[in-house]
Design a protein around this ligand. Structure first.
Ligand code: AMP
Ligand code: GLY
Length: 424
């Protein structure tokens, strides 16, 4: 079959590598793609993921059998609906289900209505009312812009002054654009964070192995929030007890709640969980694969990804026995120094040829570009160097060893990805 992937980051490269392993895939296409994806797929860099008409036309022109929509913006904006309306078989939630990620107010209300454990909250459309509420609230407190904000619309405020400044930033100065027209104020929770990705076919949910992201730019979780500086999988903190709790109160409950609301969810649900002293709580939902969680999860999946995708679309996921290797994986993001603020790009990357999937070493491209001088850096997050190993310690040693194979002028990385496992 011929498959088109929509997206162009490390996550999409990991999805492409996984699809390439399938005997059923004869040809891969990707819009816009990147220099790494271009090694295994035909890419069309001139088409953006929000140019729905062009994506639909490209899928038709290439006569693809399936379109896989990976990023949040086109999912929330209704690309799946547009592709389906054009008669194309598509993987991913429709807009009415992707709202699970697209509106934090929606997802919080859903959890409240269906008793899914999460932090207590209030929603505000009006800055004055939000400030009046904050004046009576306990600190620290968490402010969240309602809409999509590149994972950055969350402010943790330690004092009332910080909280007031946060309201101004989100609702009045519109730092996150229209995402801040509405705001959720949430109880501050403590505990370890774990990400669990899952496949969903509308009724059945099958969770993948657990993972953990490192969102801050600098070692020791210092610095600014980023798209993610590295991941490991599985999380040693995601115990059987935690899994049992989440199966009982969170996973199926979420899928059933969406179905009951007439918003049947098909695709991937990403559960951002916090393991609080009172038990696991949902921090957030994403309506898609995570980046860079996907990089450490899919390389451990034993199933043919196309079988699982088909089962999600056809509603036969109950017949799939989802299995993962009994190993571990670590992904270290190589970024351009200065990310997530200002950074330079256009530097030639050396050492990419040293990676061999067969040995359990992957170099997923995020921000790269092919030029006449070779492959150059083209973004804040440049590469996701990923390695498997028999356990987390080995995977971590392998991944960090592999980061040394790559060089470019302003290479930056965190040195403590997966360090938390030493405390497990
Ligand atoms: P979110 O985009 O909702 O996952 O929030 C981004 C990050 O902010 C999370 O990964 C947490 O580290 C933190 N966070 C979000 N909500 C809370 C909360 N209620 N209490 C403590 N930390 C939070
Ligand atoms: N790594 C978090 C996300 O994909 O949103």
């Amino acid at each position: 079959m011929k498959v088109l992937i929509v997206g162009g980051g490390g996550r999409e490269h990991a999805i492409a590598v996984s699809m390439k392993k399938s005997k059923r895939v004869e040809k891969l296409y990707c819009v816009p793609g990147n220099a790494g994806i271009a090694q295994i797929a035909e890419c069309e860099p001139s088409i953006g993921v929000m140019e729905f008409d062009k994506v639909v036309a490209y899928a038709k022109e290439k006569a693809v059998d399936l379109v896989f929509v990976a990023p949040d913006d086109p999912l929330v904006g209704g690309l799946v609906d547009a592709l389906e309306a054009a008669g194309l078989r598509t993987f991913g939630p429709r807009a009415n289900a992707a709202i699970l990620e697209g509106s934090k107010a929606f997802s919080k209300d859903l959890m409240k209505k269906y008793n899914i454990p999460t932090a207590a909250y209030e929603t505000f459309d009006d800055a004055e009312a939000a400030i009046a509420y904050l004046e009576t609230a306990d600190m620290p407190i968490v402010l969240k812009a309602d809409g999509l904000a590149l994972g950055k619309g969350v402010l943790i405020c330690n004092t009332l002054e910080e909280a007031k400044a946060g309201v101004k930033e989100i609702m009045l100065d519109k730092h996150f654009g229209s995402a801040g027209n509405r705001m959720v104020v949430e109880e501050f929770m403590t505990g370890r964070e774990v990400s669990v990705l899952s496949f969903v076919d509308g009724k059945t949910i099958k969770t993948m192995t657990s993972a953990q992201d490192h969102k801050r730019a600098k070692d020791g979780d210092q610095g600014l929030n980023t798209g993610g500086m590295g991941t490991f999988s599985p999380s040693p903190f995601y115990t059987e007890e935690v899994d049992e709790f989440c199966k009982k109160y969170i996973y199926q409950a979420t899928v059933d709640a969406m179905a009951a609301e007439g918003r049947e969810f098909k695709g991937v649900i990403f559960f951002g969980l916090m393991l609080t002293p009172k038990g696991p709580r949902v921090l957030e939902y994403n309506a898609r694969f995570g980046d860079p969680e996907t990089q450490v999860v899919l390389c451990r999946m034993k199933n043919d990804i196309m079988d699982v995708i088909d089962a999600c679309i056809d509603g036969t996921l109950d017949q799939i026995d989802l299995q993962f290797e009994d190993n571990a994986a670590v992904c270290v993001v190589l970024a351009s120094d200065g990310y997530p603020e200002s950074y330079e790009k256009g530097y030639v990357i050396e050492g990419l040829d040293k990676f061999d999937d067969a040995d359990g070493y992957y170099c997923f491209h995020a921000g790269t570009k092919q030029t006449s001088e070779g492959i150059v850096t083209n973004g804040g997050r440049v590469l996701g160097v990923t390695a498997t190993g028999e356990d987390l310690k080995q995977a971590r040693a392998n991944a960090y060893a592999a980061t040394e194979w790559i060089s470019f002028s302003n290479k930056y990385m965190r040195h403590d990805i997966g360090k938390a496992i030493d405390e497990a």
